[in-house]
Ligand binder design. Structure first.
Ligand SMILES: [Fe+2]
Length: 190
């Protein structure tokens, strides 16, 4: 068995997901994970692939998210480590099965929520994500009414697990998502 590739992750997500917003979220998390991998000097494509596939069971099992990851990926040639990494993003949220213990897991746990705030903030700005600064993103982060579904406590907990300040993680996530500006639809408004 080989490490999950981004192409394989895309094929697998396509099998189980149809809603456009879930593909957008997959891409945002994938881009953010790639930037986190680069930060840690790890395998960028592998982290992107895990990010892309992490919500594979969400559309089919919204009420039992994470609990069906294993059955959907069984027999698909996905390594156990990769399945476990995906399971860990729901730690304390939808499953306590796997605690995030590696930089990859901790990153996934953190950027899953953080990319939601970045997307919402970018969509509101005339210039999109192109010149987004950490300072303005932090204002949105502190405004609890903004993108209220994105759980700030989870993001803070994730940064603590990573041992990284929120500002640093934000800068990495912005830079990662900027690489997918067009596909994410968060460029400057015409
Ligand atoms: Fe997610």
């Amino acid at each position: 068995m080989a490490k999950l590739t981004l192409n394989r992750a895309k094929e697998l997500l396509q099998k189980h997901v149809s809603e456009a917003h879930l593909f957008t979220h997959a891409l945002a998390v994938s881009a953010a994970m790639g930037a986190m991998a680069a930060h840690f000097g790890e395998d960028v494509e592998h982290w992107q692939a895990i990010g892309y596939l992490h919500d594979v069971d969400f559309e089919k099992f919204p009420e039992e998210h994470c609990l069906h990851v294993r059955e959907l990926l069984d027999g698909e040639g996905v390594e156990e480590d990769d399945i476990v990494a995906i399971l860990s993003h729901g730690y304390g949220l939808c499953t306590n099965e796997v605690e995030p213990t590696t930089p990859l897991m901790k990153s996934l746990f953190t950027v899953d929520e953080l990319t939601g705030i970045v997307m919402a903030a970018a969509l509101m700005r005339p210039t999109g994500i192109s010149d987004m600064e950490v300072k303005s993103l932090k204002k949105k982060f502190k405004d609890k009414g903004f993108a209220a579904k994105c759980d700030r406590a989870v993001i803070q907990q994730g940064c603590e697990m990573l041992g990284m300040p929120l500002d640093e993680v934000m800068a990495i996530v912005i830079a990662g998502m900027q690489t997918q500006t067009e596909a994410l639809g968060i460029g400057p408004k015409a």
